[in-house]
Design a protein around this ligand. Sequence first.
Ligand SMILES: Cc1cc2nc3c(=O)[nH]c(=O)nc-3n(C[C@H](O)[C@H](O)[C@H](O)COP(=O)(O)OP(=O)(O)OC[C@H]3O[C@@H](n4cnc5c(N)ncnc54)[C@H](O)[C@@H]3O)c2cc1C
Length: 535
Amino acid sequence: MEQIATDILVIGSGLAGLLSALEAEKAGLRVLLVGKFTIGMGTNTSLANGVFTVSNSSFSKEDHLRETLESGKGLNQERLVKTLVEKGPEALKELRDYGAPVLEKGMGYITDRPVNSSQLPGILLIKPLVERLRNSSINVLPGLIIFDLVVEEGEARGAFGFSKDGKPYLIQSRAVVLATGGAGAIYRRNDNQRSILGDGYSLALRAGLPLFDLEFVQFYPFVLGEPRLSSFLLYPPYPKEVRMFNEKGEDLLEKFHLQGDLNRAIVVQRDRLAIALYDHTQCGDVFFDLTQVPQKKWEHYPLNFLKKSKFAFHERPFLISPAVHFFMGGMEIDENGGTSLPGLFAAGEVTWGIHGANRLGGNALTECAVFGIIGGESAAQYVHERGTLQESSNLFSENFIKKWDRKVQTYLKRRRGTFDQPKDLLKDLKDLAWRYASPVREERTLKEGLDKLASIENRIEKAYPASLKDLFKKRDLENVALLLKAILEGSLLRTESRGSFFREDFQNQDDTHWLKNTCYRLEKGELQITHRPIK
Ligand SMILES: Cc1cc2nc3c(=O)[nH]c(=O)nc-3n(C[C@H](O)[C@H](O)[C@H](O)COP(=O)(O)OP(=O)(O)OC[C@H]3O[C@@H](n4cnc5c(N)ncnc54)[C@H](O)[C@@H]3O)c2cc1C
């Protein structure tokens, strides 16, 4: 088993992880950054449209605070929102100082791109940060999949994982920053990267930490629904010539009263729009039509991005569908990015609290920027207070290392007889998620979903990994099943509708009974759910 020692381990190389690592290095500490792929890639950040909602010369801090809380419908953690609002402008300045091309626009900043460039803004955002990283002392381990957080004597002390070629790694660190992103890809219809399967949520639950509000999943209304094309998000801003209609030819922009207002609606009302559109797609197909958009607009982003596709978007209407976009739920952090486990910090989409019941568009990247920086700073401060690894005695005892050696053997014990192909099981889980944890939920289907999930869980248990690849897939299956169980059970308990969460059988927001956050824990392997009134 490979053993590595570092002061700070950052898990995840999206915007939150990159900024945490850069910030921690500034404090003169040894930092190790790991991700499932090449640093910065395979992340949702690399797909982002590059919009940051932050106060600027025409959008005040009060506006930002108000709009975020309105969108969150009473479930936001106000102290975190205040930190987001207060520190947003500084964080954007820091991004600019790193060379990220962000420019003031509308309700914040956008990622600028050279005229006619069809590169995604997320890539343009990440590139200078990765460049900065290359010129720093930060160590990187791309292609490392973290399986467990290491907790010793009530502290986070590192993590355990496998490289893609199967080498086990035990990493010792004084502090850990978890920045593993959300879990959109657990659904059949999603616009996320394929590998974003909620690993961070399972890592946290298995390490004994609580998660909150997992039932709140944000759906984006306009994702490509053409059967043989990948389901990517149709990036705003939308041209005024766009039309949206259903099978009967009814004009849906007119029906939803959205003419001329689609770009604002996608920021502040994406929950209602996604639910309305989902309802429509249940009775038939819904189309986007860009054929009336003048030629010259196709030269510019975002339409020039569509133009690169083999599909003739400019010549004929195409199918669209809502799809999973973002997870509002996740790990609890304080204003310093700290969790209830000493030494463990978290940042980015893996955390919970800022967005409440529905995220205001553009607030996810701002969250990654603000709390990425804070997470790195706080982890560095924590290490300085306790002494770096060089100064302190070895964190892991010989016995401890032996214990992990034995654990590796149990992970790697390959047994013959895979009953189900992991690929098929993952497909079944994703179909189940889309069908039963959809934008519109109700008691009957949630219960049915839980029954079906139990039988898939049985099949997962019996699926013995016959190869290393299977081992990784089995871990994915276990994580996805656990998360889905939480979403279905949490949804069943919440007998109201709020923000992105809609129950067909309880359509009203119920502040008398449900001004509460849902808390999920794993106790002796069993999922426990309780509710905590908003303070
Ligand atoms: C298509 C699209 C467009 C978007 N546009 C915008 C926008 O314009 N504005 C906005 O505010 N928000 C936007 N969002 C949301 C926003 O992009 C994400 O919330 C944000 O980028 C998440 O960043 P992150 O750093 O938390 O995680 P990510 O960028 O998703 O990175 C997660 C990292 O964790 C790693 N990881 C995960 N599990 C493991 C493991 N077990 N072991 C090791 N590494 C692991 C991954 O490999 C990856 O490196 C968009 C989202 C999508 C999908």
